[in-house]
Design a protein around this ligand. Structure first.
Ligand SMILES: *Cc1c(COP(=O)(O)O)cnc(C)c1O
Length: 227
């Protein structure tokens, strides 16, 4: 049985090693601690171990935690599927949204992000696994959605997010993450300046780092198995 503190040290070491092995600066890879299904006490332990970025997938579950932890310098990332009736809460409680996949949702987030607040950082979620059950849009649809988001003053498009297929092989993970990186490079060649690749979870983050991940989203790796 490992403590959260031990787990954070361990994953930080692994992140560092994977970055160095890939010829990257370890500082360019941010650990996003995915705290879904874990309570405020555990989040505080991860915070004490140095985590500042936290990810949540369900609005209902996230809001009470975010409210209880208000005042701490935590940065909250929404990483789950987005229903229209939840955009208001997301636009007012989170600094980042990784899971934008429709213009309608982007438009609502833009309208509901309060005037005078810093722009909401957003990533477009891309489905590269070929599983129709998974969220995210196809690569071909990315430029159009990126252009639409570019018109929204209260949003700042930062990059792309993907979830690799579970239980797949190293080769397939590499292909998935490399495709996301190439898609980002193409957007940047067409005039955007995006800096974020949100890819890699507890089972595949080292591969994602080798392919250029800037956020790795770790739940189990930081907090242990979810109930
Ligand atoms: C739950 C979740 C994670 C973390 O998963 P682990 O395998 O526990 O690291 C990362 N990204 C998304 C989008 C998730 O929903």
């Amino acid at each position: 049985m490992h403590s959260i503190d031990q787990r954070v040290r361990q994953v930080r070491r692994q992140i560092r090693e994977a970055a160095l092995a890939g010829g990257r600066d370890p500082q360019d890879v941010i650990l996003l601690a995915v705290s879904k299904n874990h309570g405020v006490a555990q989040i505080r332990q991860a915070y004490a171990a140095g985590c500042r970025h936290f990810g949540e997938s369900y609005v209902q579950e996230a809001l009470p935690k975010i409210e209880q932890l208000a005042g701490e310098d935590m940065i909250w990332h929404f990483i789950g599927p987005i229903q229209s009736n939840k955009t208001q809460a997301i636009a007012t409680h989170f600094q980042w949204v990784h899971s934008v996949e429709r213009d309608k949702i982007a438009k609502r987030l833009n309208e509901q992000r309060p005037a005078g607040w810093p722009a909401l950082n957003v990533c477009i979620q891309v489905n590269l696994s070929g599983e129709s059950s998974k969220a995210g849009i196809g690569v071909q649809q990315v430029p159009q959605l990126a252009a639409q988001i570019g018109d929204y003053k209260q949003l700042r498009l930062r990059g792309l997010m993907t979830i690799a297929r579970r239980g797949s092989e190293l080769k397939e993970w590499q292909r998935t993450f490399a495709t996301l990186r190439k898609t980002l490079q193409e957007l940047n060649s067409s005039g955007l300046s995006l800096d974020t690749l949100s890819m890699g979870m507890s089972g595949d983050f080292q591969t994602a780092i080798a392919e250029g991940a800037t956020f790795v989203r770790l739940g189990t790796g930081v907090f242990g198995p979810r109930e």
